[in-house]
Unconditional design. Structure first.
Length: 510
């Protein structure tokens, strides 16, 4: 399993920090054995049985980083609805109206949120008498031809010991960027994306809408770890799929405790209203991959219904992880000795001297040192390759969390050096240089454009409808495009099945 190589420059940075903390007794002093947390939830792409059937409420990934173009601010990106097929119309992808999409910020390391940014959504339909998402080309977010739209509110809740101190409305009835139907429906999607970025008071920014899924990895890991012989590796299986994104850019001074204590813990959750009308948390995400590959089947739904301050119940799954044992069984790479206190130190507390807050309470959350300046040339392996602005110090869009996590799990920090990974080193789409940074979503009409037959300059529609020489109808594998002229503009696709049926009826004399 050495087919995945990377430069060793600076790779000892994280190892030196962690090993120094271990040698100094930092892990024991911080109270690993006294890990007593109390309730929240975590998730990723279809990671637990119950939430996999409720994609609108399913957190996929969370990112938090010091903004590269505004280093006095912190950007937080949270995604929902995994595996959005771009052509999934006519009912394209919406945030749920009966959900609260929350981003929690812990500014003092006690695993309890001090600030909670809450997003709620409303859906608006202009014309209920059509099946169409849009009835013509969409030029703006308030275009009459954009038939189905969403808007959102953002509320800031200040908490102390989980009790509400104050509530402030930050955004009211702000438009969501729509799903990217295609270039005929949305000839300038970038303009729609740009207009969906809104400035809030005090220099903050907000965005909600569809985006390319920024997570890059080969998910064929679940087929016996890439086929059992590495025959399945190196393909970004999220390529071409979209997600629904919410993003905030906040002055860092708003969220950190002080200039002297700049480390914050961040996680996202989803709450859904139950049959009794009460809000119930159904999903949570902080660090990537925890519920997918650390928590076993029997505890996955419970993990998605717990809180960071209750994470002590899951500690054995971290100190005695299953993944190294599987790798040893399949690839004969010896699993590191247990208990894995190095994993507790890096992934639950933060690295001492880098992103570990004083008196930290270990919990599953992204920990970001907001005083670390961004680098002009981010390294995909982050801290492991000497880039302290990257994962596990927060998480940037470009950080290769699969390779980083796999190398650490396989003992990189305890003397078992390795270059393991999935051979997917970057996203298939380039990220933006300004907020919200995520790439535009893949369009639903992303296939090849139809061309006139024989290279002629004839009308494509005519060519498609003419059929083979000597016939009066289209061929069986042709899509006939016709104009729908009933209640306004629109398009109707008649597929091969209908064409075949009509031809068969004609042959029968109908």
């Amino acid at each position: 399993m050495t087919a995945f190589a990377r430069s060793g420059v600076g790779r000892r940075s994280l190892a030196a920090l962690v090993c120094g903390a271990l040698a100094a007794g930092g892990l024991v002093a911080a109270g690993v054995t006294a890990l007593e947390l109390e309730a929240a939830r975590a998730s990723s792409h279809r990671e637990a049985p119950l939430i996999s059937g409720q994609p609108q409420y399913d957190n996929t990934d969370l990112y938090a980083f010091v903004s590269p173009d505004h280093p006095d601010t912190t950007t937080i990106v949270a995604n929902w609805i995994p595996f959005e097929e771009p052509a999934g119309g006519p009912n394209f992808y919406q945030f749920a109206e009966d959900a609260q999409y929350d981003i929690h910020i812990d500014s003092d390391g006690d695993a309890q949120g001090d600030l909670l940014y809450r997003w709620t959504f409303r859906t608006h339909v202009k014309n209920g008498n059509t099946f169409l998402y849009n009835t013509g080309p969409v030029e703006s977010l308030d275009d009459p031809d954009l038939n189905v739209t969403q808007t959102y509110d953002i509320d800031l809740l200040q908490l102390h010991q989980q009790k509400l101190v104050s509530k402030t409305k930050l955004a009211d009835d702000v438009p969501v960027a729509p799903s990217n139907v295609g270039k005929a429906s949305m000839p300038d999607y970038q303009k729609l994306r740009d207009r969906a970025v809104r400035e809030l008071t005090g220099g903050a920014k907000a965005f909600a809408g569809q985006a390319d899924d920024p997570f890059f990895l080969d998910l064929r890991v679940f087929d016996l770890l890439y086929g059992g012989d590495l025959s399945e590796v190196g393909r970004d299986t999220l390529k071409g799929y979209n997600v629904n994104t919410v993003a905030l850019q906040l002055p860092s001074k708003w969220i950190r405790q002080s200039d002297e204590q700049p480390v914050v813990g961040i996680w996202s959750t989803t709450q859904r209203k139950n049959a009794q009308g009460h809000w119930t948390q159904v999903s949570r995400l902080g660090m990537p991959l925890v519920n997918e590959v650390v928590v076993p089947q029997k505890a996955k739904d419970r993990f998605n219904a717990s809180s960071p301050w209750n994470d002590a119940q899951f500690l054995p799954f971290v100190t005695k992880p299953e993944l190294p044992k599987l790798i040893e069984a399949i690839y004969k790479i010896k699993a590191p000795a247990e208990p894995r206190n190095d994993l507790v130190d890096v992934f639950l507390k933060g690295v001492q001297g880098l992103n570990q807050p004083p008196n930290v309470r270990p919990a599953e959350a992204l920990r970001l040192n907001t005083s670390i300046q961004p680098t002009a040339q981010p390294k995909r392996l982050g801290v492991l390759d000497g880039d302290n602005a990257g994962f596990p110090n927060g998480r940037r869009l470009t950080d290769d969390v699969i390779d980083i996590s796999l190398q650490v799990v396989e003992g990189e920090l305890v003397g078992q050096k390795n270059d393991l990974g999935d051979a997917v080193d970057a996203n298939d789409k380039k990220f933006g240089s300004s907020f919200p940074y995520v790439a535009n979503p893949t369009a639903g009409s992303r296939g090849k454009t139809a061309k006139p037959a024989g290279g002629t300059n004839g009308d494509v529609r005519t060519q498609l409808g003419a059929g083979p020489a000597g016939t009066s109808g289209a061929s069986d594998d042709t899509l006939l495009v016709v104009s729908a002229a009933s209640a306004g503009a629109g398009f109707l696709l008649i597929g091969t099945g209908l064409l075949w049926w009509r031809r068969r009826q004609r042959n029968r004399g109908f």
